[in-house]
Write a protein that binds this ligand. Structure first.
Ligand SMILES: [Zn+2]
Ligand SMILES: [Zn+2]
Length: 181
């Protein structure tokens, strides 16, 4: 069965937020072959036990009052553009989140949430190019070329510091941020 299409997180298997699993979904009670691995904010402990379909159709949000991205993190706790509550709720309630080292932030642009492309290390940042690198440099607040270049060179998808790449849905502009342990 094909995964549902999350417009703000189109390839959650590639980003590591959804993986193959025989786990029984706590929400629909069935084994769907895939499970969500990212953060779940809910009363109950819901680690790796929600299927992508129950995120997509809002049933996991309804049943457990669960969110997958912190609402205030959409727009980076006020550092980026704010979005309408419809958009924020689609991200927080019906879109797979991702696991960062610190509280996750969801980049916004053109009055919309951006599309999450995934965690990024030095190699992937180079492939994304100057626009992305320039953006995360600005976000990092690091002063001076040498401290920035050292930081950029040790970016890693798995160890941290890690960058998180997003793409604006409207004109394709790349953005995001980075964090570390
Ligand atoms: Zn389910
Ligand atoms: Zn834009």
């Amino acid at each position: 069965m094909d995964l549902p299409i999350f417009q703000y997180h189109p390839d959650p298997i590639a980003t590591g937020s959804i993986k193959n699993s025989d786990a029984v979904c706590e929400c629909c009670g069935t084994t769907r072959g895939f499970v969500y691995t990212g953060p779940v904010y809910a009363e109950e402990e819901l680690h790796e036990c929600i299927c992508p379909w129950c995120i997509f159709d809002g049933s996991a949000h309804k049943k457990f009052d669960a969110t997958f991205v912190d609402l205030d993190g959409i727009g980076g706790y006020g550092s980026w553009e704010s979005v309408s509550s419809d958009i924020a709720e689609e991200i927080a309630f019906r879109t797979p989140g991702f696991s960062g080292w610190q509280q996750e932030r969801w980049w916004t642009h053109c009055e919309d949430a951006a599309v999450f492309l995934g965690p990024v290390g030095a190699e992937e940042a180079k492939i994304l190019g100057e626009e992305f690198i320039g953006f995360i440099r600005q976000e990092s607040g690091l002063e001076g070329i040498s401290s920035w270049e050292d930081y950029l060179s040790i970016l890693s998808k798995t160890d941290g510091p890690t960058a998180y790449a997003f793409k604006c849905k409207h004109f394709g502009k790349l953005g995001g941020y980075s964090d570390c342990h």
